[in-house]
Design a protein around this ligand. Structure first.
Ligand SMILES: Cc1cc2nc3c(=O)[nH]c(=O)nc-3n(C[C@H](O)[C@H](O)[C@H](O)COP(=O)(O)OP(=O)(O)OC[C@H]3O[C@@H](n4cnc5c(N)ncnc54)[C@H](O)[C@@H]3O)c2cc1C
Length: 104
């Protein structure tokens, strides 16, 4: 059975954990699922002041890697707008809610 790595949070820390894991182990060996309750991944909070201050006009320039890139180039199953509500370490289960549909 393929092992699964679950990552909670699709920003700097989460995707910095997921990407090297993918580099070390291929998709046939390790399934990687990353849950992010927001609508994107790897965004630069550092750049927000420049966006608010209109130094950077395009919000997309604050995003260093979009979910689609993680999916297609790194075979990381990024699930945006999905919030992890419960982690059961004993049962090795994660319960997550799709914030668009409300389903878990
Ligand atoms: C205005 C500003 C300027 C900054 N400037 C700098 C700088 O110049 N240099 C620097 O090094 N750092 C800077 N930082 C700090 C840097 O942005 C943070 O250290 C970095 O974003 C932390 O990344 P993280 O992934 O650990 O946490 P976060 O960025 O907080 O990411 C956590 C992610 O997890 C998601 N999440 C949380 N709980 C759940 C859940 N239950 N289910 C699903 N998703 C969940 C959140 O939506 C979020 O996207 C700045 C921060 C701000 C706000």
């Amino acid at each position: 059975m393929t092992e699964r790595l679950v990552v909670v949070g699709g920003d700097a820390a989460g995707m910095s954990a997921a990407s090297p894991a993918r580099r070390r182990r291929g998709p046939d060996d390790l399934e990687i699922v990353a849950f992010e309750r927001g609508s994107t991944t790897s965004y630069s909070a550092c750049g927000i002041p420049y966006w608010i201050g209109d130094v950077v006009s395009d919000r997309n320039r604050l995003i260093s890697r979009h979910p689609a890139t993680f999916r297609h180039s790194f075979a990381i199953d990024v699930r945006i707008r999905t919030e992890v509500e419960e982690i059961d370490l004993d049962r090795r289960e994660v319960r997550a809610r799709d914030l668009e549909t409300g389903s878990t």
